[in-house]
Design a protein around this ligand. Structure first.
Ligand code: ADP
Ligand code: MG
Length: 450
């Protein structure tokens, strides 16, 4: 039996036991992409379907497959567009190479820097981001042909990165391995600066000029970086002349970016500028619902409404609130009441009363990680100590606005670079790692006695 026949059999049986609507939603565009050494990989169209299949239908699928072929021990789900595969044609261009896929958690692609989590599929559109979304989808359909550059601007946590990366992911899905590069502007700056220092600027330029789709996020960071701006100007022109797509984001429109060379500003303004404003209540509720489905958790409309009404200006914070509620609900295994939800979100909603002290920070963090306070000040490099120590440094900066040199001095004469490194590391960690984000948010709650 070929993979295709096997999957047809599975689908036929599943169809018998679930509703047509569910079948259409979760099983269209699925297929077996490979089968080797007892491991089978089923490709699904997006991360939603993957989570659903994994969480809701895995047992059923496993049972049916084992009835057909009991050598299959493990079934995994991978996001990838499906084309009919035959055993001979193993490497299909539109199915991402298996080693790039992570089945447990989504991994950032090393070449493109794209995070597969950010898709058009899970991007909620409302009047606040309609234009930016329309422009982004148009660019994804015909890169390099209509709006070049596409410049998206808007405040923090309102979906710029998500939208830009969705364009990249969509292009990579539809056009295969284009040379797509997503870069936060900060990183672009440091790569340029590093390359100049190491006399490798020419090879970096050659490499960047091969890009087909360049996505530069948060270009306000180019402000005042003259050398980088100059390099970017040339890169921009080189790509533009070859009809390569350039996509940019910023927290403000080009004309409001201070210390930006005029010629670069006029390039930024040469395509389409689209802004993202604030989502209205209805849209905020839709976003929360989408995120809840993604996390496979349910909340009453009352709670969704409460969260959406309380947090208005930042989608990342909306998500943070949802994470907090979902952690609680998962731990206690029962639906939250509105009262508990209010209690849990009190600090987020009202903004924490900012009273803290360095002593309190050290005490709370040590306590949280079960360390003696003396240990965090020791010179040990043990992992169990290094992380809490870095968190303390992070909080001293974030909560009390201590200077980096002052923070360094508190830790046996470490210098400011150690403190800066710690701060950046934790800040990045919080963005990328849900567990760490949750730990920090718990620590902050203890810090403010919430
Ligand atoms: P920005 O880059 O503007 O600071 P992000 O793109 O990082 O914001 O978005 C912050 C979080 O909010 C991300 O987790 C993102 O998935 C989510 N988000 C933003 N806009 C939307 C949207 N329209 N639909 C669904 N999720 C969104
Ligand atoms: Mg961003």
């Amino acid at each position: 039996m070929t993979n295709e026949e096997l999957w047809q059999t599975v689908l036929a049986q599943i169809q018998l036991v679930i509703s047509p609507a569910n079948f259409a939603t979760w099983f269209k565009q699925t297929a077996i992409v490979s089968q080797k050494d007892g491991e089978m990989i089923v490709s699904v169209p997006n991360s939603f379907s993957r989570e659903w299949l994994k969480n809701k239908y895995h047992k059923l699928i496993t049972r049916i497959i084992n009835d057909q072929d009991n050598r299959i021990k493990e079934i995994k789900y991978a996001v990838g567009s499906v084309v009919q595969t035959t055993p001979e044609r193993k490497t299909n261009p539109t199915v991402p190479a298996i080693e790039q896929l992570d089945f447990q958690e989504l991994k950032i692609d090393k070449e493109t820097n794209l995070n597969p989590r950010y898709l058009f599929d899970n991007f909620v559109v409302g009047s606040f981001n309609e234009l930016a979304h329309a422009a982004a989808t148009a660019v994804a359909k015909t890169p390099g042909e209509i709006y070049n550059p596409l410049f998206v601007y808007g405040g923090v946590g309102l979906g710029k990165t998500h939208l830009l990366q969705a364009v990249g992911n969509e292009i990579s899905k539809n056009f295969g391995k284009k040379n797509i590069k997503y870069l936060p502007a900060e990183r672009f700056v440091s790569e340029i600066v590093g390359a100049i220092r190491n006399h490798q600027i020419e090879s970096l330029k050659t490499k960047l000029q091969k890009t087909d789709i360049l996505i530069l996020d948060d270009v306000q960071f180019l402000a005042g970086k003259e050398k980088t701006q100059e390099e970017f100007f040339h890169l921009f022109n080189a790509l533009y002349e070859k009809n390569k797509q350039i996509i940019l984001s910023s927290d403000r429109p080009p004309k409001a970016i201070a210390s930006l060379a005029e010629r670069l500003r006029s390039r930024f303004e040469g395509g389409l500028i689209a802004d993202i404003s604030f989502p209205d209540l209805e849209t905020r509720m839709a976003i929360l619902k989408t995120k809840a489905v993604e996390k496979n958790i349910e909340f009453s409309d009352e709670i969704i409404n409460y969260v959406a009404s309380s947090i208005q200006k930042n989608i990342r914070e909306l998500e943070g609130a949802l994470n907090r509620l979902s952690t609680h609900q998962k731990i206690y295994g029962q639906p939250l009441t509105l009262e508990i939800a209010k209690e849990l979100l009190g600090s987020l909603v009202a903004g924490p009363p900012k009273i803290s002290s360095p002593k309190k920070i050290v005490q709370v963090v040590s306590d949280f990680y079960d360390l003696r306070e003396k240990e965090v000040f020791s010179i040990t490099r043990k992992k169990e100590v290094v992380k809490p120590r870095q968190i303390i440094m992070f909080l001293l900066r974030e909560e009390l606005k201590y200077s980096f040199p002052a923070i360094g001095r508190m830790f046996q004469g470490k210098d400011h670079t150690t403190a800066i490194h710690a701060f950046k590391k934790i800040k990045k960690g919080v963005e990328e790692n849900e567990d760490l984000a949750e730990e920090i948010s718990l620590i902050k709650r203890k810090l403010y006695g919430l």
